[in-house]
Each structure stands twice: as structure tokens, then as C-alpha cells.
Write a protein that binds this ligand. Structure first.
Ligand SMILES: [Zn+2]
Ligand SMILES: [Zn+2]
Length: 315
């Protein structure tokens, strides 16, 4: 099959890559559309030491092995858990130590004609959600995860750092909970997408104001340091950024101000799907361009450009 393959020496298109062979309980899914996210760009720079087919944001059609799901349009939870350890028993399969993660760890991903996932990971889509919307469900679920981890109320002031792909989704999701929300970014064009939805934006952080919750969606090594300077004492920082390589910083501020630091990764699909179906979140304006798989390297370059929004791949 056609696939974009990440090897030690970089990313390249292959026309004859072996198609995945679904294990027991897994379905084969034909990919219709896949999205490039910051994690993929970091993987290409060596994050997680991943080799194989990257890609974890997708919409596809079940080709075989889906039992009742064959022929259905689906998205998928990307963490493939063992189902029998203590984490799995507690419903925390996303943290199963034996897990593989689609296109990130131990399992080929969505930048290919086909992928394999456990049937129980698949979520069927209502007709009302288009492919270009559905491909945002995985990152939108990651945005919804913040509301699972932190009880944000209408009175809480929230600052979103970063106007990248995830930042724009996080701002829209958290704006459903609080009106006291500010999104900080570097790109007036991206911030305008939020302003159109009534969300306050700025290109520089306020000099004196401090926030109850600061969400780091910068994707940059210094994002946490910036967040630490903007959170109020006893406030919370939600960290969404993963970067290839080390970062050094002085953590004393966290102790002195008794700040809660919350790492946040994948999230629940159900609230994400509901937000999309009810038109509460806009994703259509977040698409920059759709590339064929053959032009995957160009697509990655495009996704790396500072002003780029979501770049999609169509096998
Ligand atoms: Zn992602
Ligand atoms: Zn497990």
C-alpha cells in the first residue's frame, strides 16, 4: 500500500509498504483523510524515537474485521490497551503500560491507505459530521480532556498560550465553560478565527494580570516557563506541549505559588463528537490544505510554516 514512512534518516513516501495485518479483535480501516499535528512534526525530529508510519488523526471506513462495523465511517481512539492490567481494570486504558499508540508508539498510523485498530477503539460517525470535521475529533477530544481533569467554572479566568492547531481547538472548547478567557498567539490571522467566535485574543500577554488557569498549547520548549509567569498563586497550569529534546527551567515558582501542574494528552471522543455535531466548535476554517500522500514531505513542510493551520493528507 501507499504510506508515508518515518525512518531514522527521515520521512519518505513508499508505494509498496506492507499493509497492516489486524490482530484478533482488530479491524482494518481504509483511511479517507488524516491530519498532521505538532506531535507528528516532533516525531519527525526524533521525539519518542518512533519509526514506521506516523499519523493518529484520521477518518476512515472499516474495510474488514469490524463485525457489525464493516463499511461504516469511523474515527478511532488511538491508545490500544492490553485490557487486563490494573490501569485497564480501572478504566484508564489510555495509561496502560503495555499500550501501543497509533502512529506514535509501537503501531503504524494513519498516513497510509490502511491502518489497523482494535474494534473497541472505533467510533462510528453520524452523517451530519463531514470527513473534514471528523478528522479533528482526535485533537478535539484532547481539548475536551482538560474539562475531565479540571473543573473550570464560569467565574474562572483562563489563559490559552499558543494559537496553533491545538490552541485554537482548546480555546473554543474552554470558551463553552467560561466567558473570562483570553487566547494569546503570534498570528493575527489565526487569532481572528477565534475573535469571530467572540473569544478575546491578544498578541502579547498582559503585563500584570494573572489567571486561574493557564493552558500551554505553544508546542515550544519555553511554554511552561511562560505559563508559570502568568498563573496566579494556587492556580493551575495545563501542559499540552510535548517537544523533542530536553528543557531546563527553574521550578521554584511552582512551589512558592503552590501551583498545580497538570499534564494533559488524549481525551474522550463523546463530548468532542457532541460539540461538533451541535456546531459548538468550528473546524472547517482550520484547514490550510489537503495533500495527496505522495506529497507527504511537502505537507509536513507546509504544516511547519508559522502561519499554517491544519494540513491534511488524503491517501
Ligand atoms: Zn495529535
Ligand atoms: Zn492494560
Amino acid at each position: 500500500m501507499k504510506a508515508l514512512v518515518l525512518k531514522k534518516d527521515g520521512l519518505r513516501f513508499e508505494a509498496g509498504y506492507p499493509a497492516p495485518e489486524p490482530a484478533d479483535g482488530e479491524a482494518l480501516v481504509r483511511v479517507r483523510l488524516a491530519g498532521i499535528c505538532a506531535t507528528d512534526l516532533e516525531l519527525a525530529r526524533g521525539y519518542m524515537g518512533f519509526t514506521g508510519v506516523p499519523g493518529h488523526e484520521f477518518v476512515g471506513v472499516v474495510e474488514s474485521g469490524g463485525e457489525g462495523l464493516d463499511g461504516r465511517r469511523v474515527v478511532g481512539e488511538i491508545n490500544c490497551a492490553c485490557g487486563s492490567c490494573e490501569y485497564c481494570g480501572a478504566g484508564l486504558g489510555r495509561h496502560c503500560p503495555e499500550r501501543s499508540v497509533l502512529g506514535i508508539m509501537g503501531r503504524d498510523g494513519a498516513f497510509a491507505e490502511y491502518l489497523a485498530l482494535p474494534r473497541e477503539n472505533l467510533r462510528t460517525l453520524p452523517d451530519g459530521i463531514s470527513d473534514t470535521e471528523a478528522v479533528f475529533l482526535e485533537p478535539l477530544a484532547a481539548a475536551c480532556e482538560i474539562l475531565e481533569q479540571l473543573d473550570i467554572g464560569a467565574e474562572d479566568s483562563v489563559l490559552i498560550l499558543g494559537d496553533g492547531r491545538l490552541g485554537l481547538l482548546v480555546a473554543q472548547v474552554l470558551a463553552l465553560r467560561t466567558t473570562s478567557l483570553l487566547a494569546i498567539g503570534r498570528h493575527p490571522g489565526k487569532l481572528a478565527l477565534l475573535a469571530r467566535r467572540g473569544i478575546a485574543t491578544a498578541t502579547v500577554a498582559p503585563a500584570r494580570e494573572r489567571f486561574d488557569v493557564v493552558v500551554d498549547c505553544t508546542g515550544a520548549a519555553d511554554g511552561l516557563e511562560k505559563a508559570m509567569a502568568l498563573v496566579r498563586p494556587r492556580g493551575a497550569i495545563v501542559l499540552k506541549t510535548t517537544v523533542a529534546g530536553d528543557r531546563r527551567l527553574d521550578l521554584n515558582r511552582l512551589v512558592i505559588d503552590e501551583v498545580t501542574l497538570i499534564g494533559s494528552r488524549c481525551g474522550p471522543f463523546e463530548p468532542a463528537m457532541e460539540a461538533l455535531a451541535r456546531g459548538m466548535v468550528d473546524t472547517e476554517t482550520l484547514v490550510s490544505m489537503i495533500y495527496p500522500l505522495e506529497e507527504g514531505a511537502e505537507a509536513f513542510d507546509h504544516a511547519r510554516e508559522p502561519g499554517a493551520l491544519k494540513v491534511l493528507l488524503k491517501p
